[in-house]
Design a binder for this molecule. Structure first.
Ligand code: ATP
Ligand code: MG
Length: 759
């Protein structure tokens, strides 16, 4: 096929163009933020299609989020000047692997309609296993085991090849429990997220014919955000690209922010070794941000050691300096940002007017979102939360979906467990155990176990009657799912009505009940976009963001992690306080690894901004219901002064803060205003002196009180205290613990101020 004209190539600079036109063999694009890596990657797809090198379905392209995948598809269409007929293999690692695994499930002992468990289900399952093994789940909580197993899966270790060095994990029972967990998942015909990749790696490693088939099929492989791939993802890519080696990876070592989830920045550094002869393209021109923003980001990241190091320059106009502002407390910060956004809409201080879609608030921790959500609801400022606490994670939504899951796949025991006594059917723990036993002894799923139990009259009274109704219901709804005259939206409503689930909330007198009913309606609405319930359930299992749906302009709120790869004309970065950002945990760690990852996160945050970047911090913050004093983030000290403008908070010098002062809680808490404004960074900013910023180690004085952490402790247990860090319990006296802290030495602390170290 003769190549059509390629206007998309004219939009690229020479280095980008080189990366796009080098179609054969391995290519690595290693460059800083905003240099057009994603743009070049997209152009490469277009170029492959335009030159007839590959059909849309022969290109495998991996993005970091579903949102990024959608956007890339749209851009390919735009650049190509025509709609692309499906790009079925453009998506996240998970989305691509789930499709592949459905085709080859039997090779790892699953059926093609396997369910994908979410974290909740996973934890429930692990709890059961821990109990079945007579392990004390107080000392050895399921969450901890889940973390260990995830870690192993991220490293592509099946139970058989977890290395010996890990044998001590989870009190020496980790590997054994991992084995049992995998067996149980197979029995349930289920996978967790980590399995999607792990199973595919196993299949490719053990079945040469399957691997060969896909090596032929995927003629070209492209990967965005390569610095955040974990070992399993890396192995999977290396297996697939091993034949033709037409693989193009793009990334930025300075933006590696998923180390805590097993990502290995080493993957990007190793690329040239893995693929000898790889072309390495470096991009240096930044097209996104103003020089002030770029300088601020570059200065912060220069504090990290062992970087590849990159030069970034831009032709864009100077624009505004990075703005820095301190507030009395978190509420005040939210109020100010709300007002500032409203002002920005109409244009203030000589700025151009901004649309709400142009503005984003990027937080370090998702609990920071609530203050903004509350404030914006109050003032009627439209916002969306991206990747935050999701609609699909709400209790009523999860219940409803469990009903759908049982109907779509009656072997889904976890879903059945969730709904069997919701609403209350008089089927308490005892009855449920009987169902479990009937299922176990007959080697059948719970639904069948329940049927057997009823047939054998093993259950009596109200419970038996209700259970029979439920089982009948499941059978009937299952048949209805095949009825061509009934839409799946109608079916969903029928299921929720006939099961008594809707009525349960209608009769509920709590203030949340009306909202829950609204959500259920919303859920049925959401089904419309899908062909059937099964398709919908799969979608929900995979979505990472909840920003679909309505169209009006909105401010975006998300975590820094979720903001990767995105850009906004105006960005707010609130909560730059030691203990929040960088996180307390990273500050307490020995070594700099955690702190350096936080610094990369700061770099990611600042570089999302095109024109206006506003960093803020509060002097007081309420954490778990307690006030605590905060110091400005050490990263603020690393901002280059000549590129920063310090804003004065409203009322600071007009005495307006008296009214907003938080209530004292009694425990070491509230900072005096002086604490905040005496910090070296703040003083330096205020005086606008031209001295070079010096980063000073600071004493950590934050006290965070975790009210949920009131639980039994044992001598020898490793614990974490927000102030003193990690240590081991050496004595217990009532509610006081004597702890030998690694850094702070032996101290007596109140039990409820410590948490299990591995929680
Ligand atoms: P990140 O590291 O944050 O993911 P990136 O390197 O992927 O950034 P892109 O998102 O691809 O960068 O590009 C940043 C911005 O610069 C986009 O708005 C893009 O359209 C623009 N851009 C990229 N290359 C060019 C170019 N050659 N000419 C004009 N604009 C460009
Ligand atoms: Mg990008």
């Amino acid at each position: 096929m003769a190549a059509r004209p390629a206007p998309y190539l004219d939009e690229l600079n020479p280095a980008q163009r080189a990366a796009v036109e080098a179609l054969d063999g391995p290519v690595l694009m290693l460059a800083g933020a905003g240099t057009g890596k994603t743009k070049a990657l997209t152009a490469r797809i277009v170029h492959l299609l335009n030159t007839g090198r590959a059909q849309p379905n022969e290109i495998l392209s991996v993005t970091f989020t579903n949102k990024a995948a959608r956007e890339m598809k749209e851009r390919v269409g735009r650049m190509l000047g025509q709609a692309v007929e499906g790009m079925p293999w453009l998506g996240t690692f998970h989305a691509i692997c789930v499709k592949l695994l459905r085709r080859h499930a039997e090779l790892v002992g699953l059926k093609s309609n396997f369910t994908i468990l979410d974290t909740d289900d996973q934890i429930r399952l692990l709890k059961q296993l821990i109990a079945a093994n007579n392990i004390d789940d107080k000392r050895w909580p399921a969450r901890q085991l889940a973390g260990i197993i995830d870690h192993w899966k991220n490293r592509a270790w099946t139970p058989e090849n977890v290395p010996g060095a890990e044998a001590g994990a989870f009190n020496g029972r980790g590997i054994e429990l991992y084995t049992q967990y995998q067996t149980r998942l197979r029995e349930l015909n289920a996978t967790d997220f980590g399995d999607l990749l792990l199973h595919m790696v196993t299949i490719f490693q053990q079945h040469d014919d399957v691997l060969a088939q896909y090596r032929r099929w995927f003629k070209y492989i492209l990967v965005d955000e390569y610095q955040d791939t974990n070992v399993a993802q890396y192995l999977w890519l290396r297996l697939l690209a091993g034949g033709h080696k037409n693989i193009c990876c793009v990334g930025d070592d300075d933006q590696s922010i998923y180390g805590w989830r097993g990502a290995e920045v080493g993957n990007i550094l190793r690329f040239e070794k893995d693929f000898p002869g790889a072309q390495v393209v470096r991009l240096e021109q930044n097209y996104r941000s103003t020089p002030h923003i770029l300088a601020a980001a570059s200065n912060v990241i220069s504090g990290n050691e062992g970087r590849l190091g990159k030069t970034l320059w831009t032709e864009s106009e100077h624009g505004e300096k990075v703005r820095l502002i301190g507030h009395w407390d978190g509420e005040e910060e939210a109020r100010w940002i709300g007002e500032e956004i409203e002002a920005m809409q109409s244009g203030t201080r000589g700025m151009r007017p901004f649309d709400l879609d142009d503005i984003a608030i990027l937080v370090r921790a998702s609990h920071q979102m609530r203050a903004f959500e509350d404030r914006f609801l109050t003032i009627g400022l439209p916002y969306r939360v991206i990747g935050g606490p999701r609609f699909y994670e709400r209790m009523e939504i999860r219940d409803a979906m469990a009903y759908f899951r049982v109907v779509v796949s009656p072997t889904d025991d976890l879903a059945f467990e969730r709904i069997v006594n919701t609403p209350k059917r008089g089927l308490g723990d005892k009855a449920q155990q009987k169902i479990q036993m009937a299922a176990r002894s007959n080697g059948v799923p719970l639904v069948e176990g329940a049927r057997i139990l009823l047939d054998e009259k093993g259950l009596g009274g109200k419970g038996a009657k209700e259970l029979a109704l439920l089982i009948d219901g499941i059978d009937r709804w299952g048949r209805m799912a095949g009825d061509p005259d009934l839409t799946h939206m109608e079916l969903a409503e029928i299921i929720l009505d006939e099961s008594g689930y809707t009525a349960m909330w209608q009769n509920d007198k709590t203030p949340e009940a009306p909202g829950r009913l609204e959500n259920l309606k919303e859920l049925v609405k959401a089904l419309e976009q899908f062909e059937n319930l099964a398709g919908f359930l799969e979608h929900v299992a995979l979505i990472m963001d909840n920003d679909k749906g309505d169209d009006g302009a909105k401010v975006s709120i998300m975590t820094l992690h979720a903001a990767k790869g995105l850009e906004f004309p105006a960005v707010f970065l609130p909560g730059w306080e030691d203990g929040l950002f960088p996180s307390q945990r990273s500050m307490d760690e020995t070594g700099l690894k955690g702190l350096e990852e936080e610094r990369r996160l700061a770099y990611v945050g600042i570089t999302r901004a095109e024109e206006i970047c506003t960093i803020s911090f509060a002097g007081n913050r309420r954490v778990f219901g307690q006030w605590q004093s905060q110091l400005p983030s050490r990263f603020i000290d690393e901002l280059p002064e000549e590129h920063v403008e310090v804003l004065t908070p409203p009322g600071l010098y007009g005495g307006g803060y008296g009214a907003a002062a938080p209530v004292q809680s009694g425990i070491e808490t509230r900072a005096s205003e002086a604490n905040v404004y005496n910090s070296p960074g703040w003083k330096r900013m205020q005086s606008r002196s031209s001295a070079r910023p010096v980063s000073q180690p600071r004493e950590t004085r934050n006290t965070v009180i975790d009210l949920d952490a009131v639980s039994a402790h044992t001598v020898g247990e490793r614990v974490f205290h927000q102030k003193f860090g990690y240590g081991a319990i050496i004595g217990i006296e009532g509610d006081k613990l004597e702890v030998d802290f690694e850094k702070a030495g032996v101290k007596k602390v109140v039990a409820r101020f410590v948490t299990g170290a591995d929680d």
